[in-house]
Design a protein around this ligand. Structure first.
Ligand code: SAM
Ligand code: SF4
Length: 455
């Protein structure tokens, strides 16, 4: 059997795509390997979102070239594919700069991978960065139940791709194309297949997941809230999540789903990026700090214990100390349970990269450190707040010690516990006993029989 190694960078969409590429290649006789040096086919599934993305890919390709030569000396051929957003952005340039590459394929054409590989046998340097109209996922073969289950009890499912928002700092609308939602029937089919294979939790993913507006079986357009209600009916599925959302698309139906659907976990990743209205306008975010605060109020009214998460960019062009302090005051108001924060990085081809008042590196670094210190304090406080409570934990994998399993709380916290007699895939009530830096520890809450039942 031939072997394929996929190295995936960046977001969950890429992690999902990496699995789909492996599934597309299985009927071609490829099995997956986690060792690059034993792979007949190497796929770099790249990310273009931040700093020096393309340069990192070229230096990785230098290592791949050395490996390919070494394998050639042993009489083994290696095919090299560059996929993902750098492939989309650089296209033919990759073949020019790195002749070791056989195929360059953009994120919308993975279903054509087997065909592109066949073409590359005859002629090296095949490039496909089109945005075809068909649903690529509908054209990809599904993994076997055993393969699906081997990937774990928690799975991603892409429901929409692309973005029409054009935030001025972001490459996504250029690399992933216009917003497109999958049909409800296709999503339900895939979710049922996952559940039948033993998956207990599905995270719906999309660059702008709550902009979802797919056609339903009744011919009407379904929102993400309605889709979640349908998915919650699938037997075996214990948990639903979704990411990443945009504040503009946080509609009432979705907020109500957090109140009405027990399967929808109390966790929301809602990037705000900045707390200054001036900067938010320059970013073309199309919301203010105050509208963001009001959305959070509504979400908390619907689901009081919800864990909130966000993304932040510091040092966007023109950001002053006062603008930065607005971000600091927003985080004190909201108190996020977790967050991702980045220094602004000019991305070629985006409007913000052309702005003149770029913020010096050391100012960005200093602001990022200040922001991260407070975000981390809030994260730790949130984690300490769960100590003493009993929460449901989905058991996902063996823990560090014998008899231990590790899982996730509803708030996406890692939890370790002694779990004799329990299995991966079980959802069990756990009393949280301690909060470490990166995970919680807990004990199974044993159900004690009520006094009357014992008599
Ligand atoms: N669609 C999502 C949204 O609207 O927030 C996220 C898209 S992006 C894959 C994930 C995060 O990367 C963004 O939320 C942003 O914080 C960060 N990011 C994107 N472009 C960036 C840039 N040029 N510099 C720094 N961070 C960036
Ligand atoms: Fe990028 Fe903005 Fe679209 Fe998110 S909403 S993917 S940050 S353009």
């Amino acid at each position: 059997m031939k072997k394929v190694f996929v190295k995936s960078y960046g977001c969950q969409m890429n992690a999902y795509d990496a699995e789909r590429m492996a599934d597309a290649l299985a009927p071609e006789g490829f099995g997956e390997t986690t060792a690059m040096d034993e792979a007949d086919l190497i796929i770099l599934n790249t990310c273009h979102i931040r700093e020096k993305a393309a340069e990192k890919v070229y230096s990785e390709l230098g290592r791949v070239r050395a490996l390919k030569r070494e394998r050639e000396r042993d009489g083994r051929a290696t095919t090299v594919v560059v996929a993902g957003c750098v492939a989309q952005a650089e296209g033919q340039e990759i073949i020019r700069r790195a002749p070791v590459v056989d195929v360059v394929v953009g994120p919308q054409s993975y279903h054509r991978l087997p065909e592109l590989l066949h073409r590359a046998e005859a002629r090296r340097g095949v490039v496909n960065t089109e945005f075809p109209v068909e649903d690529k996922f509908g054209h990809l073969p599904a993994a076997s139940p055993a393969k699906t289950r081997s990937r774990g009890v928690s799975a991603f499912l892409t429901v929409q791709e692309g973005c029409d928002k054009f935030c001025t700092f972001c490459v996504v609308p250029y690399t992933r194309g216009a917003e497109a939602s999958r049909l409800v029937v296709r999503i339900v089919e895939e979710a049922k297949r996952l559940a039948d294979a033993g998956v207990r939790e599905i995270t719906l993913i999309g660059q702008n997941v709550n902009a979802y507006h797919g056609e339903g079986p009744d011919g009407t357009t379904w929102s993400l809230g309605r889709l979640l209600h349908r998915l919650a009916e699938i037997p075996g599925l214990a948990r639903l999540r979704y990411t990443t959302s945009h504040p503009r698309d946080m509609d009432d139906a979705l907020i109500a789903a957090h109140r009405d659907l027990p399967a929808l976990m109390p966790y929301l990743h809602l990037p705000v990026q900045a707390g200054s209205d001036r900067i938010l306008a320059a970013m073309n975010r199309r919301h203010t700090a105050d509208t963001y605060r009001r959305i959070i109020d509504k979400v908390r009214a619907a689901c009081p214990d919800i864990a909130l998460s966000s993304d932040f960019i510091v040092g966007f062009p023109g950001e002053t100390d006062a603008d930065f302090l607005d971000t600091m005051s927003l985080i004190e108001d909201v108190r996020f349970a977790s967050a991702f924060s980045f220094k602004y990085s000019p991305r070629p081809g985006t409007p913000a990269a052309e702005l003149e008042d770029q913020v010096p590196e050391e100012t960005k670094a200093e602001r990022l450190a200040r922001l991260q210190k407070r975000l981390e304090a809030h994260r730790q406080a949130f984690n300490r707040g769960t100590v003493g409570r009993t929460v449901d934990v989905l058991l996902e994998k063996p823990g560090r010690h014998p008899g231990q399993l590790a899982g996730k709380s509803p708030y996406l916290q890692a939890v370790h516990l002694q779990a004799e007699g329990l299995s991966v895939g079980d959802v069990v009530p756990v009393r949280i006993t301690g909060a470490g830096t990166n995970s919680l520890s807990g004990e199974i809450e044993r159900m004690t029989a009520p006094a009357s039942a014992a008599a």
